[in-house]
Ligand binder design. Structure first.
Ligand code: ADP
Ligand code: MG
Length: 229
């Protein structure tokens, strides 16, 4: 098993300190390498909360998270850094997640350099490859995020996620902000990348037809619990 989530619980304090609100009440999920698993849930059901805990951006109230035999809740700083290279997230709104005043080439270079994915002399070629793999022209490196359409911007965000050569991608409503025709293109790109790079995907969405088309297996998130659907 690649990813094992057991009894994952998340409570938030209610405003004013009047008790706690349970968002995740005990989530169990197992995922094999190479699988594409969908988590379906209404808005506010706790999907992004689940993603944030997997990324270790937030601590769960209770439960266990294991990836490839490693306890994600007991990672030392160096291991956490390594985990954040293995896992990447693609968000709904790339306009918000991409720094607006940086050129795309520099956005990618920053990640490549931080995680030392390639030596400096190979950076430019590598950035060109990444852009090509997501269907953007090499010239895209010199442009700013606002100079792209919504679909192209999501391609940039995907290129940035791929830059660290991750093995596991969390896709949090990756196409919900896009026009229908563009959604299909981005989904096909993600499917294609998965095959080419042997990736494992957890797709988080409220879009049933999308999950039915894209995922090997689907689970519903309701009242803080996941169940097969
Ligand atoms: N930091 C937080 N503090 C308090 N409540 C939160 C916090 N983050 C999320 N929530 C609440 O948890 C619930 C689930 O949020 P979220 O995981 O973003 O849902 P989804 O992604 O399924 O739309 C929402 O009701 C939200 O208001
Ligand atoms: Mg969400």
């Amino acid at each position: 098993m690649l990813l094992e989530i057991t009894g994952l619980k998340k409570e938030y304090p209610l405003p004013g300190g009047a008790g706690r609100r349970t968002v995740l009440a005990g989530v169990d999920l197992s995922l094999e390498r190479g699988e594409v698993v969908g988590v379906l849930g209404e808005s506010g059901s706790g999907k992004s909360t689940l993603a944030r805990m997997l990324l270790r951006l937030e601590a769960p109230t209770a439960g266990r998270l294991r990836y490839d035999g490693q306890d994600l809740l007991a990672l030392k700083p160096a291991q956490l850094l390594a985990w954040r290279k293995k896992v990447q997230i693609v968000l709904q709104n790339p306009f918000r997640s991409l720094p607006p005043r940086k050129r795309v080439g520099d956005i990618l270079r920053e990640v490549v350099r931080f995680h030392r994915v390639r030596p400096r002399e190979e950076e430019d070629a590598y950035i060109g490859e990444l852009l090509e793999q997501v269907g953007l022209p090499t010239g895209a490196a010199g442009r700013f995020p606002f100079q792209f359409s919504g679909g192209e911007r999501q391609r940039v965000a995907i290129a940035r996620s791929l830059a660290v050569e991750p093995e596991f991608l969390l896709l949090d409503e990756p196409t919900s902000n896009l026009d229908l025709s563009i959604q299909a293109q981005v989904i096909n790109l993600l499917a294609d990348l998965r095959r080419r790079r042997n990736l494992t995907y957890l797709l988080i969405t409220h879009d049933r037809p999308l999950a039915a088309y894209f995922c090997d297996r689907r689970l519903g998130l309701e009242e803080g619990r996941l169940s097969p659907m």
